[in-house]
Write a protein that binds this ligand. Sequence first.
Ligand SMILES: Nc1nc2c(ncn2[C@@H]2O[C@H](COP(=O)(O)OP(=O)(O)OP(=O)(O)O)[C@@H](O)[C@H]2O)c(=O)[nH]1
Ligand SMILES: [Mg+2]
Length: 426
Amino acid sequence: MDTNIQSAEPVIIIGLNMDQEDYEYSMEELAALAEANQMEVIDRLDQALDRPNPATYFGSGKVEELRHLAEAEEVATVIANDELTPSQLQNLADQTGVRILDRTALILEIFAKRAQSREAKIQVEIAQLQYQLPRLQTAANQRLDQQTGGGSGFTNRGAGETKLEMNRRTINHKISHLRAELKEIAKSEDVKRAKREKSDTPTAALVGYTNAGKSTIMNQLVSRFGVSEEKQVFEKNMLFATLDTSVRQLTLPDQKRFLLSDTVGFVSKLPTHLIEAFKSTLAEAASADLLIQVIDYSDPNYEAMMRTTEKTLKQIGIENIPMLYVFNKADQTEFEYPVMEGDNRIIISAKDDESIQLLVQALRRHLFKDYVLTELLIPFADGRTVSYVNENCNILETEYLNNGTRLKVEMSPQDFARFERYVIKN
Ligand SMILES: Nc1nc2c(ncn2[C@@H]2O[C@H](COP(=O)(O)OP(=O)(O)OP(=O)(O)O)[C@@H](O)[C@H]2O)c(=O)[nH]1
Ligand SMILES: [Mg+2]
């Protein structure tokens, strides 16, 4: 028996309906995020307001209702759908008697649990510390008020502030320390990336919402076209299964090569600190020739998810990279698949062989469109070039002539430029 399975903590989720687009969907997603954090949503409370109450998020009547509900249902944690200000968090906790977690803190908790590599762990820790910084003040004030019981705490206040300053300094120090470590790691990643870029191999990056099927697609391609022994990436039906970027080299049967990267998935209202912290991981996508946006077509909210993905990409500064839209999980819909719609949209199921073939066809169109079909005459003396071309280009015809090997070949523009001296001009 697995004794590690913990029972889910019961929680209530709360949200402010400010008539924003996708409100309902963001609440459903909040419930899914709670589940991903080993929590069980047993109730939900909504309030329609133009803007959050600056002191308590909910209006006073609703706060009272929440207090009663939490008490009646014996719930110790309430999750708010927005990022709350430090004082809203504090006041709401005081007036309801429960722990308040906002959406940002919840996402940070999930990321912290999922992080595997040193890089991911540092990135999450930085984001968590940055989240804590402005919240120290309130917590310290709170303790102070409790200590002094009101007006007479002048001397204590001084001591409290010193402590606060100290905490703040410690956290800032820790952040810069972690940043430096991250820089070291990023440096070596940069070196690798620069090498890859230099190798002229086209690159594609899988992007999109969490749980859309990015890692599944990556694995399908790696198992068919990857270098043998290369590891499969982690795929699972859970939010934020992937936090680390993996890059794999793929070689199609006609020797065409490309690099594919799989990376962290998005979710709406992804905390700014987290996006900031994950920028270096996401640099892989920023340097891609093609973005493959994977969409869970079976999710009724897929359009909102696409908007979120595009917004997040923009936030990271990823713009103007050609995009292939992959509407995935069509096996869970009534739509026909695999289908190619125009140049940059395909409907597939990552679990279906024909779909993967269609995906490869679409990738070819985008990644190798400037490949050149040409004829070379390579002198016998230059055996190295013959073997290079054999290993790296798509040879359609070979003929041995008196003065060398004639090859009809399809090659990258870079290779074409390298071997131009051998091109047979008609
Ligand atoms: N039915 C069906 N399930 C799929 C399909 N593609 C992926 N899945 C499932 O969807 C779940 C999520 O897949 P992943 O590949 O881990 O998703 P991801 O986009 O990498 O998610 P993150 O790493 O969290 O961003 C897994 O349980 C997959 O088996 C599909 O085409 N059809
Ligand atoms: Mg994944």
